[in-house]
Design a protein around this ligand. Sequence first.
Ligand SMILES: Nc1ncnc2c1ncn2[C@@H]1O[C@H](COP(=O)(O)OP(=O)(O)OP(=O)(O)O)[C@@H](O)[C@H]1O
Length: 507
Amino acid sequence: MAQNMFNITLPAAGVRFFATVRIVARYGERLITHDAALRVTGKLRVWSFKTLAPRSESLATQARSGDVLSRFVHDTEQLGQFPLDVGLPVGTALVGALVAVGVTSLFNPASGLVLAIGLSVGGLALPWLIGVLTDPLSQKQRENTARLHADMLETLQGMADILANGAAQRCMGRLHQRQTTVNRLILGQAWRSHIVRQLLPILTMLCVLGVLFCASEALQAGHLTTAQLPMLAMGVLAAFEMIAPLMEARLAYERFVQAAQRAGALCALPIATPEPSTPVALPQHAPLALRHVQLSLGGHKVLNDVTFSLAPGERCAITGPSGAGKSTISRLIMRLIDPDHGSVTLGDKPLNHFTTEQLSHEIGMLSQTPHLFQGSVRRNLLMADPQATEAQMIAALHIVDLHEEVNAMPQGLDTLCGEHGTRLSGGQMRRLALAQIVLRRPSFLVLDEPTESLPPSMGTHIIDNVLAALPQAGVLCITHRPEPLPFMNRVFRLHNGALIAEEGGER
Ligand SMILES: Nc1ncnc2c1ncn2[C@@H]1O[C@H](COP(=O)(O)OP(=O)(O)OP(=O)(O)O)[C@@H](O)[C@H]1O
């Protein structure tokens, strides 16, 4: 009786034990591998951000922002998943297959050979077939998904204008069409891979039969016992279970290759303004100068021969027709682009001797479309000067005539600006961006249309305040509007790619 009880409980306890070990081992494996994948993805994101940041000019002109975002988020994730989705299944399958073939061969070499052939077909030929059938669709799906993401982002960002132009139906129709194409391609891949996947169980059964056939001959020859036959069959099933993830791994590998190509293409974009390998120290109280600058953009000559200098404390304005190249001059001064010919210098050194960081301390720029970050007014001001005290922030807001309006907002300095400053008016955004520059107190100010979207009296008042707050700063004001002109020492007109001093512009 005791003997019988022992016989029943021992295997039952064994099964329980191994089942528990399996669950714990799986949990541990998930924990370790997912943690590793997340770490790799994090490192890749940091690396790709560092690689992309100096290419911002090329990215802005050559890539669509939705696509860049998608590549940055999805492709880095895809690359980080490589060890988990490809490395681990391949490693497990390889070790599992070798052990299974080795053990089976020990019992019966012929069965081992059949298993080796079966596993090669299941582990190599089927993943190859799945790749041949799905790779072209997967490639097209990636391209269409990238276009869909870019279209979606553009549609969301331009929704107000789209609605105003009555183009909402058309835009939605286009998005719907793209989504349908993507869905069709995903479905196509699913069908093809599903059909190939169904071949694996068939192959497994054929392999079991083959192994058993060889084993039965060995049984008749007395080389195997009857009890060993089911064990060999179970071994075949276990081996095929280990190679089954290889088909999914093959699909993941293709996604990895595409992600690497797409991320690589972005990272290979030229750096418009490379950083100096050995930056020099910034000169003190030195003038900023452009000498015989020539520049073409998109094959069109924008600047023919621009010569101009701005001393500390001096105030100059550049006017001229739309598209003449005024903002291009400001981009040259910020070293967002380099001239084709001629030089842009600070003191006696060309700007490419200084790092972007150095130049951003020295030169403050108010662009035509200032960028504000999601977050509060305070956060945006601290972005400009992380050390700024509340009193300094309030003083800067006073200078740009924004303090009363911020005070009247529900949470004062902590009022949210919205993404891209969408909760602020155009004039408020411009003034907040100007307050950021005032806080940083740079040696030079480049103001691109500073009084745009402001009432003339307010524009005049703000220019007066800013110049009074930064009396030592050299100021270059690009403007169509008259308000800044009375404050300027010199006024130039940009015509045919060259600067012409305005009559009476010298003050
Ligand atoms: N990245 C670019 N690629 C190709 N052409 C460009 C690029 N950036 C600007 N341009 C072209 O260079 C010319 C000068 O542009 P810029 O923005 O400097 O003019 P602007 O005088 O500031 O005009 P506005 O007064 O309307 O702001 C324009 O014809 C514009 O189309």
